[in-house]
Write a protein that binds this ligand. Structure first.
Ligand SMILES: N[C@@H]1[C@@H](O)[C@H](O)[C@@H](COP(=O)(O)O)O[C@@H]1O
Length: 248
């Protein structure tokens, strides 16, 4: 596990964008596992900037997103499909048919999970998986207590996750109660994982995840078992983990 500590959010986004763009330069047809949330907004902005300067192309790449709220249409401003269009896809040369996000409006949730697993399998593995972490240690929408062997599944969101995400909606009642999420097993099959963490409020969970035991109660702790993880964060998020010496 490698730890990169930047002084602030801007610096960490630049470092993370360096890693993702190096991946695309070395392997232009990379399969990128992409994430949503407020943390990755800055890496996408940096990548768009480099794309506009002609330094980067997504033309041969494809992508698979971690999750999507059940019940939200792709053009709903809080859907993760909308987020990806708005923060990345609409601004770069990624082929629209090469971008994949679960369908929040699927009638049959079991069939949608199977379809999405099939999409992931047909891509022969994710080359680089971008990840954030929730305050309770969730990765994608894998909430505490969920089995590590799950692939894409429908998740009832933890009350703390609904609470944390209500800032994006008009009221807490508008936050969907369920989401489609890649499972821990799908995430762990990526060849490389780039975990981004920012802010003081993530410091405690990060330290628990990487200097404590591997346990489904803190889903991010499973990343200790992955052979190729880079954590990129700002000092606010990483200082506790570094003090505890949790990462060699
Ligand atoms: N499903 C997403 C996660 O993929 C994300 O990592 C988490 C943290 O988001 P933020 O980066 O806004 O703190 O929020 C959501 O629950």
């Amino acid at each position: 596990m490698k730890l990169i500590c930047a002084k602030d959010y801007k610096g960490m986004c630049r470092q993370a964008a360096n890693i993702l763009s190096a991946q695309l330069i070395i392997k232009p047809d990379s399969v990128l596992g992409l994430a949503t949330g407020s943390t990755p907004v800055g890496i996408y902005a940096q990548l768009i900037d480099w794309y506009n300067k002609g330094d980067l192309s997504f033309a041969e790449a494809s992508s698979v997103n971690l999750d999507e709220y059940q019940g939200l249409a792709p053009d709903h401003p809080q859907s993760y499909r909308y987020f990806m269009q708005h923060h990345l896809f609409d601004h770069v040369d990624m082929r629209p048919e090469a971008t994949h996000v679960p369908n929040g409006l699927a009638d049959d949730s079991d069939a949608e999970c199977k379809r999405y697993n099939q999409v992931i399998r047909s891509m022969n593995g994710v080359d680089l998986q971008l990840l954030g972490v929730g305050h309770n240690g969730h990765i994608a929408f894998n909430e505490p207590g969920e089995a590590f062997e799950l692939e894409t599944h429908l998740v009832p969101l933890a009350p703390t996750t609904v609470e944390a995400n209500k800032r994006f909606f008009d009221s807490v009642d508008d936050v969907p109660t369920h989401a489609y999420s890649m499972g821990v097993k799908s995430i762990m099959s990526a060849k490389k994982i780039l975990l981004m963490v920012s802010g003081k409020d993530k410091a405690a969970v990060l330290a628990k995840a990487f200097s404590g035991p591997v346990t489904p109660e803190i889903p991010a702790s499973v990343l200790q078992l992955h052979p190729n993880v880079v954590i990129v964060g700002d000092h606010d998020a990483l200082h506790l983990l570094m003090e505890q010496g949790g990462v060699e």
